[in-house]
Design a protein around this ligand. Sequence first.
Ligand SMILES: *Cc1c(COP(=O)(O)O)cnc(C)c1O
Length: 243
Amino acid sequence: MAHNPLETRWQAVQARIRAAEANSGRTAGSVRLLAVGKRQPLASIEFLYQLGQRAFGENYLQEAEARMAALANREIEWHFIGAVQTNKTRQIARQFDWVQGVDRLRVAERLSTQRGEEHPTPLNVCLQVNISGEDSKAGVAPAALPELALTVAALPNLRLRGLMAIPAPAARGEDARAAFDAMAGLFSALRSMGLELDCLSMGMSADLESAIAAGSTMVRVGTDLFGPRPPTSVPHGTAKIAP
Ligand SMILES: *Cc1c(COP(=O)(O)O)cnc(C)c1O
């Protein structure tokens, strides 16, 4: 019965998701877990894969590329979840299955064009919404969302799947509920406009329960799955263990 701590944490996170689904009357299995392994060792990603985890979220392109190369023959669904810089769109469009974090048309247009050069299948996209209204934060303003969503949905090599949000740190935990409810409202408004969206990506380690209660279909979990992240001073991709 001596479980690897990573296996124990993975099971605990799954249990939290299933409990949150049940508590809020959601269908069992309607919320997916995206494992966010930034700065975690490759061995941990591989271990979670062996347990059955298939969707992994990556913030750093270089780190992601090293992992994709090392795990090339696995059936992994790779999600890019960081801010997308214009000069990185080609590599992202080529190598990822999903991009969560598109917040402007120029990036979406580049991703669509560059995806088309390489792949017969469209790139799945979630638009990032600036739900907490902070100037410094990434994400499209809610007022500008409908127009961006309609335009992105019409791009040939992208498939608009839904919305993603990271509420401001001050609004995390139970207080994040208002932000999550606002996201659910935006999501349903876009669906009423005829957009076939099926992904509402919100909720992290600290607040996945309230995100699920509000209607999240994908929670992105790092810390509570992998344990504390090694510090930023460790170069990406080379981190083995926290000093
Ligand atoms: C790091 C990160 C997460 C995971 O955060 P935890 O609090 O460690 O669970 C989720 N989403 C994004 C966009 C992230 O950058």
